[in-house]
Design a protein around this ligand. Structure first.
Ligand code: GLN
Length: 489
């Protein structure tokens, strides 16, 4: 064996397991040993489902022994973000409010992964209810960046990114409302894709902001992202917003041919707000397209400046409605000292939710309240439409948009946690993509002098993940350097 199974890609594992070259049990055991080895330092996992993982792997091995054709993720270990409903274990959303919540059903994506013969290793950490950009808002634990254990993994899918980067799993499922797949992928040197709104069913994803939330994978290769997406996307009768489109073959679309591709560079994304080293890495990545015959075009997204304000009105409004169900009555935590109904609400929510979640519920309630609704919520909806129009116009001139994923590399714990506005700026380049319901992706594009990953963001037209993934795959194959592995032993 030249390399441990835990550094192999999902594709390599699937092929080897399907061909009988290795058993799913062996692959999973190797990953469980890796988790034992490194997770005490990384702290990505919130639950390790040892028995369940070995049982699922055993079932895949038995299927192969019976001569049946295994699924497209045969024996591939997967870690799930804490906000996917699973009958196994807890679905805590990294909140005290749901710390003992057990879901009576599995999310559609969880069912689809299981049907594809993937194996679940357990669940991974996140910012409470997916609100944050550093995973510091988790009520469970602090996840570290495998590239530097003093730095954050990004968020809110920080556990997913850290687990993939540390070689604990080849695939982790995350969710992205304003950047929560792409920004941690960038900070941990992973590949992360947020599909078009509607591409993947959100049934069983605990809702944060329903007009923005999407599910997607974090992986170490573009091909693994395509492979996962082929498995999880599609119409679901349980999610009315899921799109009814023909079956995808994103893996088959990774042709390596980018002839005629027009790559748009938004002026607004290359300003002083962008850290100089990040800018240099992103520009070098764009040179790979330029040097290989892509047409590089200058584009403008003039409403970009409004994105953060618009997002924090819309996402908080939707969150305040979605989180109203956590009232001490139906789900999770109820404060033991409450004597009246009013006290039950106030005490349960005050003790069950962390400060960032409380801040958002209050902001959201405010922007929806009568007298402020028109001034904030309605105006934000209008601005959202203008942001979308900017992208429509840009896509007349180009096929993919390229720029940075995050304005800075990973940062030290505590560096931004006392200043919410500073933290909100982490998503300055990712948020518009959710507001415009587009597919977007982050790809590792080098390391800073301090050894921290930089990320290239690519954005495509609605439902054009095929172009997005093919362009990403092209870069990955032609970037001319290896990202290497994080210094965690
Ligand atoms: N960091 C952003 C926020 O806190 C995005 C989070 C997400 O995409 N879930 O809202």
């Amino acid at each position: 064996m030249t390399d441990a199974w835990h550094w192999k890609s999902a594709r390599e594992i699937r092929d080897a397991v399907s061909a009988g070259a290795v058993s799913a049990t062996q692959v999973v055991s190797d990953h469980l040993a890796r988790i034992d080895d490194v997770d005490g330092r990384v702290d990505a996992f919130t639950q390790v489902w040892r028995d369940m993982a070995l049982e699922m792997a055993g079932a895949v091995d038995a299927k192969i022994a019976r001569g049946e054709t295994p699924g497209p993720l045969a024996g591939v270990p997967v870690a799930l973000k804490e906000l996917f409903c699973t009958r196994e274990g807890k679905t805590s959303c990294a909140s005290k409010m749901l710390e003992n919540f057990e879901s009576p059903y599995d999310a559609t994506v969880v069912k689809k992964l299981a049907a594809a013969d993937a194996v679940f290793l357990g669940k991974v950490n996140m910012d409470e209810f997916a609100m944050g950009s550093s995973t510091e808002n988790s009520a469970i634990k602090t996840t570290k960046n495998p590239w530097n254990l003093n730095c954050v993994p990004g968020g809110s899918s920080g556990g997913s990114a850290a687990a993939v980067a540390a070689g604990e799993c080849p695939i982790s499922l995350g969710s992205d409302t304003g950047g929560s797949i792409r920004q941690p992928a960038c900070l941990c040197g992973c590949v992360g894709i947020k599909p078009t709104y509607g591409r993947v069913s959100r049934f069983g994803l605990v809702a944060f902001a329903s007009s923005l939330d999407q599910i997607g994978p974090l992986t170490r290769t573009v091909e693994d992202a395509a492979l996962t997406l082929d498995v999880i996307c599609g119409k679901d009768p349980m999610d009315a917003t899921s799109a009814d489109l023909p079956a995808t073959d994103f893996v088959g679309g990774l042709t390596g041919d980018i002839s005629g591709l027009r790559v748009g560079l938004p002026r607004e994304y290359f300003t002083e707000a962008l850290n100089a080293e990040m800018r240099e890495k992103v520009e070098r990545a764009i040179d790979v397209y330029r040097a290989n015959g892509a047409e590089i075009v200058d584009i403008s997204l003039p409403c970009s400046d409004y994105a953060i304000a618009v997002y924090y009105i819309i996402c908080t409004a939707e969150a305040s409605a979605n989180l109203a169900r956590f009232d001490g009555v139906r789900y999770g935590f109820r404060h033991p000292d409450a004597k009246t109904m009013q006290e039950m609400y106030v005490l349960s929510k005050s003790a069950g939710f962390g400060p960032e979640v409380q801040r958002r519920i209050m902001l959201g309630t405010y922007v929806l309240s009568s007298g402020y609704y028109d001034a904030y919520y309605l105006k934000a909806q209008k601005a959202r439409a203008l942001i979308k129009k900017d992208f429509d116009a840009a896509f007349e001139k180009c096929d993919v948009i390229a720029g940075p994923t995050s304005p800075t590399p990973s940062f030290a714990f505590g560096a931004k946690s006392d200043d919410p506005l500073e933290m909100y700026l982490s998503d300055i380049y990712t948020i518009s993509v959710n507001l415009a319901t587009l597919p977007g992706m982050s790809l590792p594009c080098g390391l800073t002098d301090a050894g921290l990953p930089a990320g290239l963001q690519l954005i495509a037209r609605p439902f054009d993940e095929a172009t997005l993934l093919n362009a990403a795959h092209f870069y990955e194959k032609n970037r001319g350097f290896d990202m290497g592995r994080p210094p965690i032993a």
